[in-house]
Design a protein around this ligand. Structure first.
Ligand code: F6P
Length: 561
């Protein structure tokens, strides 16, 4: 184990004990009492990189915040940030750095890791990506029969899907005309249902598949890839349209993105069509490089570089700003306070902008796969909570679904409200612009009303007399509000980097490694064994009674078809 990580277990830190005492004192304080202080809104709001973070509706005071900052110092957060950004081997269990921040360093920067400056390689990779993007945009990339590619399907899952999917959807307004000849689609599910739908609709002559997999062993992606390859071969080679060869199909219809060039070659991806990235980029932190190819295809390389620049602006803020004004640190500390001292184990992500439709799903992986852990760096079982259960969806739609529980349920939940301040000012037609801007105002009004009601409860309205039980709102549910000046490649980059760093700071405090994911491995192994039993029709005798019966049900169903 890295000796630098061998600090005092966090629950024995002085600040931890003080926070426990302070939480006991705070238990009876309602958020509405804290807002008796009129300066509270401004005092708990910070700005950086085009983002405004309002943490005033968190159930905390200045004392809380200072104790949490002491906790961060005792957990050596500044040293950990330095270790992360300088390329130390912070991913201890896999003995490697976690250098997603290097993917967004400008070309004139330098970062020497193990004696080598990694920045030139990062920019060579971006250049290689730019060449592919240009060939596709200019209709120079042709399928095996000579027709230009029109549909690109990304086959990947987890980090090789969620980041690109989320960003392409969020930045759809930033599509330059040059990208309009190519449509980008995503298929991730191992059951093939998304892919099957595309195969019904797309023309094999003009369809290209991007196989995105860091490990190039993920069965979900490889199953989709096999189906896609068979579909192309059946339709382009076996039908013998124009004497098209298998090699030509592989060369013209597949791009591979991975950290494993040998495995890509073995699969049949031509070397010229391989985009490589490094083992030191974690899957859920990988949208900033080659895995971001679908993003660049949708928004163009210039916007992709803006996304990187926005993330880099947040990295710089994270690296250089004192803890007390550091947005990722403050967001992380609010989370630690909620989970470890107020006992709030549920966290909802609520964007108020339809373009952020996939943001909650993206954060679910980022936060829960990173910090959903109970062993510290030295293998100790933690005695405190780590990552809360995190879920969400578009706020306005969730208002008609699970907000009932937020307002009147028995679970305390912390919410992140996310919205852009400006929207639709680029719509040319004046009447349409007015209507859409009115809709945006309506959306912001709902966003602000919901966080206020969650905070104040019944006091949010001026109505005399006691309300009957079923109409009572107790309030006191904490939330954060994140405003983007507008949703652009740069502010989105900053927003994502903000959450990445928040996750890192929390992991530093909890003493866990946010960059591995051993908890997903055993399930894959057991699924492999189970698949063999299903296919062979035997071997399940040693299994538990429930799983045995489920397997038998499948065998029976197969016999009947
Ligand atoms: O099984 C989990 C996981 O390893 C994620 O961490 C990762 O993002 C996803 O699978 C996909 O992995 P790969 O890019 O190697 O196919």
């Amino acid at each position: 184990m890295n000796p630098e990580l061998n600090h005092v277990p966090i629950e024995q830190a002085t600040a931890w004990r003080k926070l426990q005492e302070h939480a006991r004192e705070m238990r009876t304080t309602h958020l509405r009492e804290l807002f008796a202080d009129q300066s509270r809104g401004a005092a708990f709001t910070w700005q950086a990189a085009g983002l405004t973070l309002d943490l005033s509706k968190q159930r905390w005071t200045d004392t809380t915040r200072h104790l949490l900052l002491d906790l961060a110092r005792e957990a050596e957060v500044p040293q950990r940030i330095q270790a992360l950004l300088s390329g130390e081997r912070v991913n201890v269990s896999e003995d490697r750095p976690a250098l997603h921040t290097a993917l967004r360093l400008p070309a004139d920067a330098s970062l020497v890791v193990d004696g080598e400056d990694v920045v030139p390689g990062v920019h060579r990779s971006l250049e290689r990506m730019a060449v592919m993007v240009e060939r596709l945009h200019s209709r120079q990339w042709r399928g095996a029969t000579g027709r230009p590619i029109e549909d690109v399907v990304n086959l990947g899952v987890g980090g090789s899907d969620l980041g690109p999917l989320m960003v392409t959807c969020a930045l759809v307004d930033h599509r330059p005309a040059v990208t309009h000849h190519v449509e980008v689609h995503f298929a991730s599910t191992m059951d093939g249902s998304q892919l099957a739908d595309y195969l019904k609709r797309f023309n094999p002559e003009t369809t290209l598949f991007v196989l995105s997999s860091k490990s190039f062993t993920t069965i979900d992606t490889l199953s989709n890839a096999r189906t896609a390859r068979d579909w192309l071969m059946a339709r382009l080679v076996e039908d013998d349209i124009r004497g098209v060869s298998e090699d030509l199909v592989l060369r013209q219809h597949f791009i591979g993105i991975s950290a494993k060039p040998d495995k890509m070659s073995e699969w049949g991806i031509a070397e010229a069509n391989q985009l490589l990235f490094w083992e030191w980029v974690g899957g859920r932190y990988s949208l900033w490089g080659a895995i971001g190819l679908p993003i660049a295809l949708v928004v163009g390389m210039a916007n992709f570089r803006e996304l990187l620049a926005g993330a880099h602006a947040m990295d710089t803020h994270f690296a250089e700003t004192p803890l007390e004004d550091n947005l990722p640190v403050l967001l992380a500390l609010a989370g630690v306070w909620n989970v470890n001292f107020l006992g709030i184990g549920a966290h909802s992500i609520l964007p108020y902008d339809g373009r952020l439709e996939h943001f909650a799903a993206y954060l679910e992986q980022l936060e829960m796969e990173s910090n959903g852990k109970s062993a510290t760096h030295d293998g100790r079982e933690v005695s405190y909570s780590t990552c809360p259960v995190l879920w969400g969806q578009l706020g306005p739609n969730a208002q008609h679904a699970f907000y009932q529980l937020l307002h009147q349920g028995t679970q305390p939940v912390v919410c992140d409200f996310i919205a852009p301040l400006k929207r639709y000012d680029d719509v040319e037609d004046a009447a349409t612009r007015d209507h859409l801007q009115a809709q945006h105002r309506l959306t912001l009004a709902n966003c602000f009303a919901q966080s206020r009601l969650l905070m104040l409860g019944d006091d949010a309205i001026d109505e005399p007399g006691e309300r009957p039980g079923h109409k009572r709102y107790r309030g006191n549910q904490p939330s954060s509000t994140l405003l983007l000046d507008r949703l652009t490649p740069a502010t989105l980059g900053a927003l994502i980097a903000l959450y990445e760093h928040k996750v890192f700071v929390q992991a530093a405090i909890w003493g866990i490694n946010p960059f591995d994911q051993w908890g997903v491995e055993l399930g894959k192994q057991i699924a492999g064994e189970t698949e063999r039993m299903l296919a062979e029709g035997r071997g399940h005798e040693t299994m538990d009674a429930s799983t045995r019966a489920l397997i038998e049900a499948v065998w029976k169903a197969e016999r009947q078809t």
